[in-house]
Structures are given as structure tokens and as C-alpha cells.
Design a protein around this ligand. Structure first.
Ligand SMILES: [Zn+2]
Length: 652
């Protein structure tokens, strides 16, 4: 990797030299500034090259991209806008969890050999990170489903114990049955089993596949980075049949096959202590990586705090398994030419052209955001770090996927966020002959979101969803550079107009409900939900994942509404931070505030967004629940009367 990246530096210098020539031929005072499709495409080609390996935060590829962007800004004659006079603003993100095998340990009293991680057992990626030890007990399927007359916990005190349980659920005679039928019920999910065990006071779970079960692959579960964003309340390990049999044998219990058969035939719990001690150290740690926004400043002609922010995320998914149509765990470089080398190249070319304007009334800040794909981390960090200065940001222009103008599904989001936008945008579009759709709802699914939540007017051009979205096939050949050049001429005019405005744009709320309230879009299921709700808005159309194990338990839409936009990105701390409280919603009425960290709903502790979703799922509209939040370091509990949500049971 390192050796392949050596050629990036000479390239950066070369591009810098060529821009001097381009600058000489352009006319800064001309009404329409034209852009070179070739120059635009050169940025895309570099950023989306295999050498950069998909620009995933925490990898050398994205660092090469950051260096390239900074070098370009410098070439254009802009000022560094990062920390301490640099081009960069560094921050850390937690990219799920990692398994450190050397730290993973499972010990069972009296077994002749120590079970080996990865062979005899593996922590689930959702496992809590703490260690646990205590007496082990067999607890059937670990299911308490009173409505179906099944309770493995009946009359058994699980407090302080480590439970060995079966994966999946007992089989019903009827394939159509709601419990035990062909379609797994929610009781078979890992999440449900872990939550039940934790509520019963159990310290950890060891899960084993029932021998010969149709849904068992016979292999240990895969510890995957993607699945590791969710964290259960207790440590959970998947153990091999051989290890489970060894434990049962040592305890003098019946073998697995007999236990499974008896459970299904007798239909009553066989839960019992096994008289052995187990200690489990999952060896799971947060995977925290450092990454950087790249920031440049173009100062106004006269000293002012008023600023226009022009941004695009430059990160993408990296060299990872396919998100869709996955048939193997093989990694593919996801070059992300449209998502979002196209937007990054747009910011670079606009920066180059605007750098020649020395008589603007307002400052322009150009930002290449990192870690958007992991949850808008870069833009959130930028807004949080901005402090007071963010109040002087007059407008934010966010370029995310602008490389397919030729598809003629060009959409500009955010026009209703200020009344001044429409005439400015329309005039600029007319001049270059581009037509666009202008949705009325404001939505927050890209880097403009943290600005929107601070009531900063925004524009978000987007040239449409396509079949290559978040796939390795999103590559440079499919970029419409001629179209992008026209779009740049249009936005150059818009940004220049906004930078010269005396007042405004003035933020106004849309009467349309934002589409992402209460329903977090973690990457794994973002597309599914957006597809159903957004009605053709940005990011709609991505097909659902088809590789999800049925017992992983995808969160479902709650039936109730709290009226907040949760920050679904994890910062490593337990709880869910409120990104924005919705005007007129239940949370607002109750007095919840932006940046409050929800740590408990009712008596359910909230560890992360998955726990938040699960807690709401069990609530009824009209019900009043105590919501415990941490605000400025202090815990307080607020009663909230829940509203009616949009979710149903359609997505189980
Ligand atoms: Zn994107």
C-alpha cells in the first residue's frame, strides 16, 4: 500500500502547474464562468483510483486523498482553514468494534483443554465488551415468550449465571405458526435473547446451534466490522457444538441432540445448573480511528464574520465486502466515483474558480468532510467545533453525488429552507439550461444535516440514485464530466450571488415533516428505510440488504413518535444523543433539548440507537414514559407523552 502511494505527490505537483495555465485563460469578471470537464474528471479519476482503495477513514488511501485536496487548495491560493493554521481538522471515530484474539479468553472449569477463540468459540460482534464469570447453567433456547406458552426461565433464578443456550427457536408442527414456524419470530433473535437474559440477571450467554438445524451452517458466526456497531447489555459468545457437548458431558448432562429432542417433545423447560464455573473475556474493543476534514478559507474583501460553507464528503466505504447481493466475504474496492469523488471534485473546481474573486462581501469556507458514510461525523465535528462562528454561516452548499447529470434526475434539496433561494437557483439553472426537481421537505441524510439542525439554510444538489450506489461498480467511467461542468457553472453563479447578498438567506422551516425523524439510518439499513419513506428523495432506491442473517434482528420502525432526530452515529459513550428536537413534537413539548443524551426510556437503559429503537417498539402512542437524559453532565428524568409514529409491522 505505502509503496503504491508514492506516485501521489508528483501528481499533485503536476496538477498544480496545469491550473496556473487554466487560470490565465479564464475571465473572472465574466457573467458565466466555464469549467473544464477534463480538469474536473482528473480529480475524480485520482480520488476514485484503486490506489486510494475506497477512501475509508483510518486507511492510507483516505490520507492520500486528504493530502491531495490540501495541495489543491494551496495551489489555488486559498488560506488554510483547519486547526492551528493547517489545512486539517482531525477527529476520531469509532468504526464498530474489533476482536483482539490475544485478549479473548473462555475458561471452563475442569475441561482438559482451553477452548480456542475462532475455533471453539467466538464473541458475537454485538457482544458487550466486559468480562464475566460465574456458574454455568443450561437454559434451553433462552426464550421467554409467554404469549406462545414458552418460558425457558420459568422458576429458574438466572442471577449471576452464565447461560448456555440454543440458537434459533423450538420448532412448531405447523410451518405457518407465528412461533417456531418457517419464519423466525423475534424471540429467535440474538438481541431478544440477550435482552431477556440481561433482564433475568444473567451475566453472559454462550450460544450453540442445535445439531442438524436447517438454518445452521455448522460454522462459528463471523465477527464482522459492520455488525459490530450494535452492542448488547451482556457479553455473548457463539460456541461450537463440540465445546457445548464437552461442557454438558463434564456436567453429567444429556447431549445436545437429546436436550433438543426433549424440549420439542415435552414442551417444558429443561433449564438447570451445570455445576461448573465459566469465565469469559470477549476480547472485544472499540475500533477507534483518527481521520480529518480538509478546510480552506477564501476571505471576503473586507473583514466580516459572515460565511458561506461549500462542502462535500471525500470518504467512501473502502476495500470491504459487498453491501448488496453478497455471495462471499471477499473484499472489493469501492471507489465511490459518484459517491463522492464527484462532489469533492466539484468543491475543488469551485474553489479554484472562486479563489480568483477578491471582492466578495462574505468569506467562503471550502470543506472536504471525512467519515460521512459512517454517520456524518466530519460535518457534525465541523459544526460542533465551529462554536459561535457557526451562527455566522449564512448558507451551506453540500455536494453529494453530482456526477450523473446526464441521467436527468437532477434534484436540488433545501430550496425551501430560505425564500431567497428559489429566484437565485432558478436564474442560474436557466442560464446553463439545466432543469431540476425541488422537493418541499427538508431532510437530513448528508453533510448539510448538522447545518440544517442549526437552522442554517442549505442547498444540496444531487444527480440521482443509480444501480451502482454503494457498490464497487460506482466508477469513473460512469461520470458525466460535461454535465458536471454545467452544474459547476450554475453553482458558481449561485455561490457568488450568496456571497454578495446583503441580508439572508433567511432560514424558514418547511411545513413538510422531515423524513428522517425518529428513524435513524445506520448504513446497514438506511437504504431500506429511506426507500420506503422518501418517495424518490436522495438515497431512495437502494435495495435492501439480502445477506442479513435472520436472527441478527434488524431494528423495526416504532409505532410511537418521540419527535427527535437521533444521532445514530456512535461516539463510544452509551446512550443516544438528540441531534435535533422537532418543533411541535412530543419531546419538544416535554422539554427535551438538542444534544441531550438519552440513557434510559422507562426502566430500559439505552446503550445505543438499536436499544433506543427496541425500547420504542414496545411503547404505545399516548403512553407517558419517563425519559432519562444527560444534559451538561447531569442526569435528569423528563416525562414524555408519546405521539403516533409512522411505523407499522410491515418490516419484520
Ligand atoms: Zn455520499
Amino acid at each position: 500500500m505505502t509503496t503504491r502511494l508514492h506516485w501521489t505527490l508528483p501528481l499533485v505537483l503536476l496538477v498544480c502547474a496545469s491550473t496556473t495555465l487554466a487560470a490565465a485563460t479564464s475571465q473572472p469578471s465574466a457573467e458565466d464562468v466555464t469549467f473544464s470537464p477534463a480538469e474536473y474528471l482528473a480529480h475524480v479519476r485520482f480520488l476514485a483510483s484503486d490506489a486510494l482503495a475506497g477512501r475509508q477513514p483510518g486507511t492510507p488511501g483516505i490520507e492520500a486523498a486528504a493530502a491531495y485536496i490540501a495541495a489543491q487548495f494551496e495551489c489555488f491560493g486559498l488560506e488554510p482553514g483547519g486547526t492551528d493554521g493547517t489545512w486539517f481538522q482531525e477527529f476520531t471515530v469509532t468504526r464498530g468494534k474489533q476482536l483482539v484474539e490475544a485478549e479473548a479468553e473462555l475458561e471452563v472449569d475442569g475441561l482438559p483443554t482451553v477452548p480456542r477463540v475462532g475455533v471453539d468459540w467466538i464473541p458475537l460482534p454485538f457482544s458487550a465488551m466486559d468480562s464475566a464469570s460465574g456458574p454455568v447453567a443450561f437454559a434451553g433456547y433462552g426464550i421467554k415468550a409467554d404469549e406462545f406458552g414458552w418460558n425457558d426461565y420459568a422458576e429458574f433464578d438466572a442471577t449471576g449465571k452464565i447461560l448456555l443456550i440454543l440458537r434459533f427457536e423450538p420448532r412448531a408442527d405447523d410451518d405457518e405458526a407465528d412461533f417456531g414456524g418457517a419464519r423466525p419470530s423475534r424471540f429467535s433473535e440474538f438481541r431478544s435473547k440477550a435482552a431477556t437474559a440481561a433482564r433475568r440477571g444473567a451475566k453472559a450467554l454462550l450460544i450453540v446451534d442445535p445439531p442438524g438445524h436447517a438454518r445452521s451452517s455448522g460454522n462459528l458466526f463471523r465477527f464482522s466490522d459492520e455488525l459490530s456497531r450494535q452492542t448488547f447489555d451482556i457479553p455473548v459468545a457463539h460456541v461450537s457444538a463440540a465445546l457445548a457437548e464437552a461442557i454438558l458431558e463434564k456436567a453429567g448432562a444429556e447431549p445436545l441432540a437429546t436436550l433438543v429432542e426433549r424440549l420439542e417433545k415435552e414442551g417444558k423447560p429443561l433449564t438447570r445448573d451445570l455445576g461448573l464455573d465459566v469465565s469469559l473475556r470477549p476480547g472485544v474493543r472499540p475500533l477507534t480511528v483518527a481521520t480529518r476534514n480538509v478546510i480552506a478559507r477564501l476571505p471576503a474583501a473586507h473583514d466580516t464574520t459572515e460565511t458561506i460553507v461549500v462542502g462535500a464528503h471525500y470518504d467512501h466505504l473502502g476495500n470491504v465486502p459487498r453491501q448488496f447481493e453478497r455471495t462471499s466475504d471477499a473484499a472489493f474496492i469501492h471507489n465511490g466515483a459518484d459517491d463522492n469523488a464527484s462532489g469533492t471534485a466539484a468543491v475543488l473546481e469551485l474553489a479554484r474558480a472562486l479563489a480568483r474573486e477578491r471582492d466578495l462581501r462574505r468569506n467562503i469556507v471550502f470543506v472536504a468532510f471525512s467519515a460521512e458514510e459512517m454517520g456524518l461525523h466530519g460535518s457534525k465535528h465541523f459544526v460542533r467545533q465551529g462554536g459561535e462562528e457557526i451562527a455566522h454561516v449564512k448558507a451551506m452548499i453540500n455536494f453529494d453525488m453530482v456526477g450523473r447529470v446526464g441521467q436527468e434526475r437532477f434534484t436540488i434539496f433545501g430550496i425551501p429552507s430560505a425564500p431567497e433561494f428559489e429566484p437565485i437557483v432558478k436564474a442560474a439553472a436557466d442560464r446553463v439550461g439545466l432543469t431540476y426537481r425541488a422537493p418541499r421537505a427538508l431532510s437530513g441524510n448528508s453533510d448539510h444535516a448538522p447545518f440544517l439542525y442549526r437552522e442554517i439554510p442549505y442547498l444540496f444538489p444531487f444527480t440521482g440514485m443509480h444501480r451502482q450506489y454503494h457498490r464497487p461498480e460506482d466508477d469513473t467511467e460512469l461520470i458525466d464530466a460535461e454535465g458536471a461542468a454545467r452544474l459547476l457553472t450554475m453553482f458558481h453563479a449561485i455561490i457568488r450571488d450568496l456571497a454578495d447578498l446583503r441580508d439572508g438567506p433567511t432560514f424558514q422551516r418547511s411545513t413538510e415533516k422531515p423524513s428522517d425523524e425518529d428513524t435513524p439510518p445506520p448504513p446497514a439499513f438506511e437504504q431500506q428505510q429511506q426507500q420506503q419513506q422518501d418517495n424518490g428523495q436522495a438515497r431512495a432506491g437502494g435495495p435492501p440488504r439480502d445477506d442479513t442473517d435472520p436472527d441478527v434482528g434488524q431494528p423495526q420502525m416504532p409505532r410511537v413518535r418521540l419527535g427527535i432526530v437521533p444521532d445514530y452515529a456512535t461516539d463510544g459513550e452509551p446512550g443516544v444523543v438528540i441531534q435535533a428536537v422537532t418543533e411541535g413534537g412530543p419531546a419538544k413539548a416535554a422539554g427535551l433539548k438538542d444534544e441531550d443524551r438519552i440513557v434510559k426510556i422507562g426502566d430500559q437503559p439505552i446503550k445505543d440507537i438499536y436499544g433506543y429503537m427496541a425500547a420504542l417498539k414496545n411503547m404505545r402512542p399516548g403512553q407517558t414514559v419517563p425519559v432519562t437524559v444527560v444534559r451538561e453532565g447531569k442526569e435528569l428524568t423528563i416525562e414524555v407523552k408519546l405521539g403516533e409514529g409512522s411505523g407499522g409491522r410491515s418490516r419484520e
